[in-house]
Ligand binder design. Structure first.
Ligand SMILES: Cc1cc2nc3c(=O)[nH]c(=O)nc-3n(C[C@H](O)[C@H](O)[C@H](O)COP(=O)(O)OP(=O)(O)OC[C@H]3O[C@@H](n4cnc5c(N)ncnc54)[C@H](O)[C@@H]3O)c2cc1C
Length: 351
């Protein structure tokens, strides 16, 4: 276990703003986590589990204890000729897990290649990309109950998974810490190519091979992974070069009436109909139309290749990035009567 007081957070989260945590704790086992929770109970400090910090923005110092899992174990719980059930520790790197599964010839995660972060956050955020979400793969989430210090296994159906959302983000936020996540992968996967430029780029590489032999499956999974990594590389800034947390805003969902009104006003408005009859709009398009793409205020800016991504060009404070986000929210609201909501978790006094 590693405990650090007044721990600098700049290198512990991908926005790379300067902030301190009153305490930072790396724990290596559930027993250590229980000991920290027990010992800290009397101090009345706030506590929060964190992973790689790829979806966090610190607007001020964190006044409590940040709990970071180093549980990186990975085991096969069940396997047959169709599927594999995996159990993975919360501290395991997400993309290393995807790479490993692809190399084994197990399908399901390949479209989620390149998403930075650790396994513990995947059910919390219900991460998603290129037509696939974590909820499509998660079968159960193992947690530690912060109050009772007992372990529980929560079936996926109880987790309230929705677009970038789960019960871990609201009612369970103060209650559970994810220790392990169980995933179901397929040995006969269906490939999702119908999103963005994926299909065209796969064709450029010669397309998927026909056949069901294990080596062909591995090649196809690898091709899809490499294609998605390349597309992401072109659109998103590397967090070690330019601080960011991926998409800052979620794509807004609006009712049919507003969608139809906007559609008549704005030719080419990108939108997707949802099963409940509402419409999802492209936050990137709305932000772009408000003229924010590529704009910069000090060291806080909007990424030129993807206006959904707010960036820290070096020395921006968390508050400056938040101020920029609020200006964008205001402009989109004024122009389109659509409210943008941050996907990034904003932590601090003014959040
Ligand atoms: C360049 C870039 C690209 C991105 N692209 C995508 C994308 O395509 N799709 C997508 O969905 N996201 C994307 N993201 C966002 C981010 O990668 C994901 O949200 C990821 O799951 C964050 O993982 P993390 O370990 O860094 O979590 P953190 O940012 O540390 O934490 C995120 C949340 O999870 C909670 N949490 C973390 N660990 C635990 C735990 N053990 N128990 C309980 N709660 C926990 C935290 O309290 C916090 O609320 C991107 C981010 C970046 C920087």
């Amino acid at each position: 276990m590693n405990i650090q007081a007044f721990s600098p957070l700049r290198e512990r989260h991908s926005f790379h703003v300067d902030a301190l945590a009153r305490y930072w704790v790396d724990y290596d086992s559930v027993g250590e986590l229980c000991a920290v929770l027990r010992d800290a109970a009397g101090f009345g400090l706030p506590m929060m589990p964190v992973g790689g910090g790829n979806n966090l923005l610190f607007v001020s110092d964190y006044p409590g204890i940040l709990l970071h899992s180093c549980l990186q174990d990975r085991s096969v719980l069940e396997e047959n000729d169709r599927e594999v059930l995996l159990r993975v520790g919360a501290g395991h790197s997400w993309d290393a897990l995807v790479a490993w599964c692809v190399a084994q010839g197990w399908g399901g995660m390949q479209n989620l290649s390149g998403i930075p972060g650790e396994v513990g956050a995947t059910p919390v955020q219900n991460i998603g990309a290129y037509g696939v979400e974590a909820k499509d793969l998660i079968t159960a989430v193992e947690v530690l109950d912060r109050e009772t210090l007992g372990l529980k296994t929560l079936p996926a159906v109880d987790c309230g998974f929705a677009y970038r959302h789960s019960r871990f983000k609201d009612e369970w936020k103060e209650r559970y810490i994810v220790t392990h996540v169980c995933f179901r992968l397929s040995k006969k996967p269906e490939f999702r190519l119908d999103y963005g430029a994926v299909s065209a780029r796969v064709e450029e590489q010669g397309g998927l091979q026909q056949g069901s032999e294990p080596q062909i499956l591995r090649n196809n999974l690898q091709l899809l992974r490499q294609t998605i990594l390349a597309i992401r590389d072109e659109k998103l800034p590397r967090t070690d070069k330019v601080g960011n947390a991926g998409s800052f805003f979620m794509n807004p969902e609006v009712d049919r009436e507003l969608y139809l009104r906007l559609k008549t006003l704005y030719e080419g408005l990108p939108a997707w109909e949802l099963p409940d009859g509402r419409y999802k709009l492209s936050a990137a398009w709305l932000i772009d139309r408000c003229g924010w793409k590529g704009r910069r205020q000090g060291d806080a800016g909007v990424w030129p290749a993807q206006p959904l991504v707010l960036v820290n060009y070096g020395q921006a404070a968390g508050q400056e990035i938040l101020d920029l986000a609020r200006e964008i929210i205001h402009d989109v609201q004024e122009s389109f009567a659509v409210r943008l909501h941050p996907e990034v978790i904003i932590l601090g006094e003014d959040a």
